[in-house]
Structure formats: C-alpha cells, structure tokens
Design a protein around this ligand. Structure first.
Ligand code: UT7
Length: 318
C-alpha cells in the first residue's frame, strides 16, 4: 500500500443542525456514538464523484496517473446506478483505459473485502497496480424519520494504491482474514432492492445486537489476522478501525492492549461512512504525519450480512 487519498463533501451537518429536524440531541449522539458532525453530499453529487476526488489524490500521492492502473475495485453500497458499476464510471473518469474495474458490496466491511480481493489478484499476476476505493453516499439510504439510524452515518470516499514491488516481501498486506454469516442478515439491512421491490430502500438496524456482534467478532478476527501474520498486538503501530461508534473503537483498543494514541479516530468528524470509513481514517493519519512509511497498520470492520474482516499492512514502499 503505497499511497492514500480521500475526499469529503463540503456540506457539514452538525448534531445541533440535525436536532432541528430529527427528534434527537447533541448530548445523546456524542455520548452513545462519539459523533459530532457528518459530511453529506450535495444535490447532484454522486458516489462516483466522491470516489474520483479521492482517487485523484491517491494517484497524485503515488506519483501515478490513471493509465498506470491495472485494477480498480470500488467498495460501495450506494452505487450511482444499479448497473453499470461505479468502478467502471471511475475508470472512465481517471482514464484508466486498460484496467479491470468492478464494485464490491460488503457494506461497512467493503474496504477490507476489496483490499483482500485486490491483493489476491495482484498476487496471482493480474496486474501490478491496483486502486482500491471505499466510496459512499450513505445519506441516500437513510430514513430521516428514524432517529435510531439517521444520526449515525455520513458520506465520503477514500482510496489507496497497491503496487507490486520487487524485493518487498515483508511490505504490503501481511495478512487478511474475512468472514460472513448470512444468519444475521435481519439485524442490519436495507428494506429495498432491485429484485425485492424495485426500490432503493432505507437502512434498518437492531443497534444493540450489531454492537454486541461487533465487539466480539472484531476482536476475534483481529486475533486471527495477527496469528496469520505471526505478529502480536504490541507490534502494531496504528489501529485504523471502521468508524461506527467510539465505544466499539475504545473496546477494541482495550482488548488489544494498545495505547490510546495508537488508534486513529475520525468518527467524531466523519460519522460512519461505511466502506469509506477506513480509507478516510487512513488518509487523515497519513496526511497529518502520524502514519509513516514502514508503519504496521491494523484494520478491522463489520457490516450488514453480517460480514467482517481484518487486515495487517506494512504501509509505504521499501
Ligand atoms: O457500521 C456497521 C456497524 N454498525 C454499528 O456498529 C452500530 C452498532 N450499534 C451502535 O452503535 C449502538 O447500538 C447505537 C448507537 C446504534 C445505539 O446505542 P445504544 O446505546 O445501543 O442505544 P439504544 O438503541 O439502546 O437506545 C437507548 C435509548 C432509547 O430510549 P429508551 O428506550 O431507553 O427510552 C432510544 O429510543 O436512546 C433512544 N435513542 C435516541 N435518543 C436520542 C435512540 N436513538 C436516539 C437518538 N437521539 N438519535
């Protein structure tokens, strides 16, 4: 993973602003989630636009252009259209003429899923450079009359560049573990879709149940990822977790025995941006100089399905 980039829509909606049209208040949202604001797309601004802005920055930071990219995977649950994929739209926007491009749908775990797939494809010789993007206009799935969900999410995009390098054995993705369990699909889902009712639908969630699964499953998948990389938690420089709830993030920090200042937290400013949350957090911490070349980064996420996963990465290039 040689470079990152991110983009947030200009429109910031604070908890106070939300409280003017949703039956909620700033104190509840902060106390239960750690969120104080979220960015929301403007009219006419789409997921592909967010992805494009993030991709342009990631490519510039890698010193590359679209023509250098062999593979584009966009993790999104809020594609511009049911088809074609947002990834092919992005391909055209960045001029990655020869690339393979497709979307991955694993909701909030989409970025760790897409990363694993991209790594496997590069490892198997399907190209030398991949662009992995998490991009969401999650606000388009929200029921603004349901205060138990609408206060939690935001919009944005983050992108990373993966490059195959010679003599870089210990760099890049050191381990990646993914899981799915469709038995839990009813605790977090959207009540619409092309074949169910030809509608986009709204997010429905049993928050407490999802919370319980998150704390348990993220800790156990992180243990698996550490075991697969033959590493221990204290060797991690940065935990860059999915940003759903500060209480889940703090629980993971404690379970892993990491100092608090080794955890990247962006949920306060970004809220839960689903597949975009990890690359947005990564770009924040690389941008402000916390994450440096050669640092070991641990990532984890869980989303509707349920789907969850963790990855350990040595960031940068030798
Ligand atoms: O990214 C995918 C993964 N998603 C997650 O990880 C989300 C996991 N779940 C959570 O983060 C938390 O469960 C929530 C933040 C969604 C909810 O927090 P909670 O501590 O589990 O609260 P709750 O749902 O049990 O609700 C507690 C109270 C209820 O009132 P009563 O029944 O105790 O009188 C709710 O009606 O808070 C009330 N409430 C609200 N009050 C003000 C629920 N939403 C709101 C709200 N504003 N927005």
């Amino acid at each position: 993973m040689t470079a990152v980039g991110s983009y947030l829509p200009a429109n910031i909606v604070t908890n106070e602003a939300l409280s003017s049209f949703v039956d909620t208040d700033d104190a509840w949202i902060r106390r239960r989630t750690g969120i104080s604001q979220r960015h929301l797309v403007a009219d006419g601004e789409t997921t592909a636009d967010l992805a494009n802005n993030a991709a342009i920055k990631a490519l510039a930071n890698a010193g590359l252009t679209g023509t250098d990219i062999d593979l584009i995977i966009v993790a999104t649950t809020t594609p511009d259209n049911t088809f074609p994929s947002t990834a092919t739209k992005l391909q055209n926007m960045i001029g990655a003429k020869g690339a393979i491009a497709f979307d991955v749908q694993a909701v909030c775990a989409g970025f760790v899923y897409a990363l694993d797939i991209a790594d496997a494809m590069l490892q198997s010789g399907r190209g030398r450079r991949a662009l992995v993007v998490g991009a969401e206009s999650f606000s388009k799935l929200l029921d603004w009359e349901d205060r138990t969900t609408c206060v939690l999410f935001g919009d944005g995009a983050g992108a990373v560049v993966l490059e195959v390098a010679d003599n870089a054995d210990a760099w890049g993705i050191r381990s990646s573990v993914l899981h799915s369990d469709g038995a839990y699909r009813d605790i977090l889902y959207v009540d619409g879709g092309p074949s169910v009712n030809a509608a986009v639908g709204h997010v429905r969630m049993e928050g407490k149940e999802v919370f319980r699964h998150a704390v348990e499953k993220l800790a156990s998948v992180m243990d698996e990822a550490l075991g697969a990389a033959n590493m221990q938690a204290h060797e991690i420089d940065w935990l860059v977790p999915h940003q759903a709830n500060i209480r889940i993030i703090d629980a993971m920090q404690k379970k892993m025995g990491l100092p608090s200042d080794r955890v990247v937290r962006t949920v306060e400013q970004h809220a839960n941006t689903s597949a975009a949350s990890i690359p947005l957090a990564l770009a924040t911490a690389v941008g402000d100089g916390r994450i440096k070349n050669g640092d070991i980064i641990a990532m984890e996420a869980i989303g509707g399905g349920l789907v969850w996963g963790a990855a350990l990465v040595k960031f940068g290039r030798p």
